[in-house]
Structure formats: C-alpha cells, structure tokens
Design a protein around this ligand. Structure first.
Ligand SMILES: [Zn+2]
Length: 369
C-alpha cells in the first residue's frame, strides 16, 4: 500500500511524510478514524514509507526489496495484532487470511473481517491475550532487515486489560527504533493510560469526491451511480463497496415506488413490497432505511425553504419536489422518526417483513394528515 493508492487526504499524508523526513516519528501513534476510513490503509502506507530504501518525493518507491515485501505483507519486521473471531483461533493461524483480507481492501470493518475468516457461530472478535503478549515481547528484539520494527494493532479497543497492560509496559519503555501504530475506530473504549502515551492522528472520513473517484477508478462504477453511492455512504468506503456489490434494482426506484404505493395507498402492493423487502440482504434493508432518512431529511430542508442545501439530482430531486407539495412538515418529521426506529429494530434482528408492513401503514396514514 502506497500513499498514492489511498484516495484524497493530501494534507494528512504530507504531515505523515514530513514527520519521517525530519526524523520526528513518535514511537507510539494512534490512527483514529471511523469505520470505512483510511486509518488502516494509512498505517500500512506509512509503515511502507518509513522502511522504504529509496524514498521518493511524497511516497515510497514501491520497487525496493522492503516495498515489495510490504506490498505482499510479508516483511519480517512488521508485526500485526488483530482480533480473531473467538478464543479458539490464533493470530498466527489467521495471518494468511488477514493478508488476503487486507490485500483485497484495507477499508473494511470488523464485521467484514469476522465474516471473512469463515468462522461461523457467535463472533464478537477478541484479541487473544497470550498471543498479543508474545508478539509485544517479540518486538523488543532487534529488527531483521529494516531500520524500524513496526507493530500494527488493529482494533486495540478489543484488547482486554491484561493485553492492554503488557502493551502499556512496553510503551513506557519502548525499545529503540520500534514503532507502535494503534489503528482504532473508537477512542472511548481505550484505556486513558494508553491514550496518554500515544500521539493521536485523527483520520477524517473520505469526502464524497474521494469516494466517487475510488468507485469509478478502482471499482469501475459509472459516475451517476458512484455519486449516488457516495451520498449514501457518508465517507465510509467499506459501506460504499458493499453498496456496489449489491446488484439489485436501484435503491431510489424501489424506494420511490414504495412511497407512491403508500401515498395512494395500494395495500395489496404494500404487502407484496414487504415480502420483497424481507428477501433483501440485511445490510441492504438497513441501507434502505438510511436512504429513506436521507430523502426525508432533504424533503424537510426543501419544505423549510433551504432548497440550496439539497444536493440531489435527477429522479431523486424530482421525487423530493413532488412529495414536498403533497406532504405536511409535521408528517415528514414523524416519518423520519419511524424510519430511524425501524432501522434500530432491524439492527436488533426484528422480523423485517412485519416491520416493513407496519412502517408502510404508518407512513400511508401520515401522508394523509
Ligand atoms: Zn521502497
């Protein structure tokens, strides 16, 4: 992974590169970014740059022995700690799977990873204590080839108190030329003692333009669809990729048809749509609710005269314009509430068909107010 492989974030990349060039690399850093952000990809690119034997202006060379090993994730001086699905699997056993996962895409979530391991059953994700401890110990040995030994800890939130303490111990007296990069989503779940010993690097979400560029260039998505996905994914590349993979009717068409049927109301079709909804993948069901929330929020802006803030185009814009004439403000507010409640229940695995039909009937009623 090179910096240039990661879309956008120019200023942040420059800061990281500068820290290496002026020899100001903090020995413990916390790459903090939301789910689907560049936090892990940047840690990987940063480690590649640090150990590159022929650093170029603004990036690693990508060709030297170190860069080649880094690109395959087989560099002997880079260590990884990541969660395993349960206490039964070890980091060492899962390392080849971890490599494959990262090489496919470094923007995915913990849930994606746990699914990728193929381990079935109840998976929460844990960082095995003993193994984490051994890896942390191992890092105090001298580097094999590179100038720096680097330990990348993904999801340090999942370290229990024992692992966190062995990490703390080494952070207090770090071995020379050793770099710890903690890649996290949620700093609230880290020990304050760990927070205070790391330099925090805040990684912003990708911009819509970054997401559009990534989808068009790397995923071969056409611009119109990329724009729609960027709007829905709010800078989360993991979510954007998931939306690309779902080859169905466009979300807007399905949603718009649903709303028209609720407006009529056409009860026979609403029952049929509840069945269709029930058959969607769960993430897609949740995505439909989020999409509805975005549209109704825009509808609210439109009704309140803030048309300039509505960023929709084409069919979606027409939809908002038409519905803004037909639906009252307080009904829209109530519908927004209903949609977010349904999202909440979907997340907790309530039966999608019943939820959807209930929601359709409520919306039909609210449309008539
Ligand atoms: Zn290189």
């Amino acid at each position: 992974m090179l910096f240039k492989d990661i879309p956008g974030l120019v200023a942040l990349k420059n800061t990281l590169i500068h820290s290496v060039n002026v020899n100001h690399v903090a020995h413990a850093q916390l790459f903090h970014g939301g789910i689907g952000s560049a936090n892990l990809a940047l840690a990987w690119a940063y480690a590649t740059y640090i150990n590159c034997e022929d650093k170029q202006e603004g990036d690693a060379c990508g060709r030297c022995a170190s860069c080649v090993k880094m690109s395959k994730m087989v560099h002997p001086d880079i260590h990884h700690i990541f969660p395993t699905p349960s206490a039964k699997e070890t980091i060492l056993e899962l390392l080849p799977t971890w490599r494959k996962f990262l090489l496919e895409s470094p923007y995915r979530s913990l849930t994606d990873w746990l699914e990728f391991t193929g381990v079935t059953g109840n998976k929460q994700g844990i960082i095995p204590i003993k193994e984490a401890h051994n890896i942390i110990e191992k890092i105090s040995l001298k580097a094999f080839e590179a100038e720096y030994k680097i330990l990348i800890i993904w999801q340090p939130e999942l370290m229990n108190i024992e692992s966190a303490n062995s990490l703390l111990k080494i952070l207090e007296e770090p071995p020379a030329k050793t770099l710890f990069i903690l890649v996290c989503n949620d700093t609230n779940r880290l020990l304050t003692t760990i927070l205070s010993r790391t330099q925090r690097i805040v990684i912003p979400a990708f911009s819509d333009d970054d997401v559009i560029r990534y989808l068009t260039e790397k995923e071969g998505v056409d611009t119109a669809r990329a724009k729609q996905i960027a709007y829905l994914s709010e800078g989360n590349l993991s979510k954007a990729a998931e939306l690309v993979n779902y080859e169905g009717e466009s979300k807007h068409q399905w949603f718009a048809n649903w709303m028209r049927m609720a407006y009529k109301p056409d009860l026979v079709t609403l029952v049929k749509l509840a069945d269709e909804f029930d058959a969607f993948p769960k993430e897609y069901q949740k995505g439909m609710m989020e999409y509805g929330l975005n549209i109704f929020r825009d509808l609210l802006l439109w009704k309140n005269g803030a048309e300039a803030l509505v960023r929709l185009e084409g069919e979606e814009l027409t939809f908002v314009q038409n519905f803004s004439k037909a639906v009252k403000i307080n009904a829209i507010e109530l519908i927004v509430n209903e949609l977010s409640q349904t999202y909440y229940y979907l997340e907790r695995n309530a039966r999608a068909k019943i939820l959807h039909l209930d929601l359709s009937l409520t919306i039909a009623r609210l449309f008539k107010r």
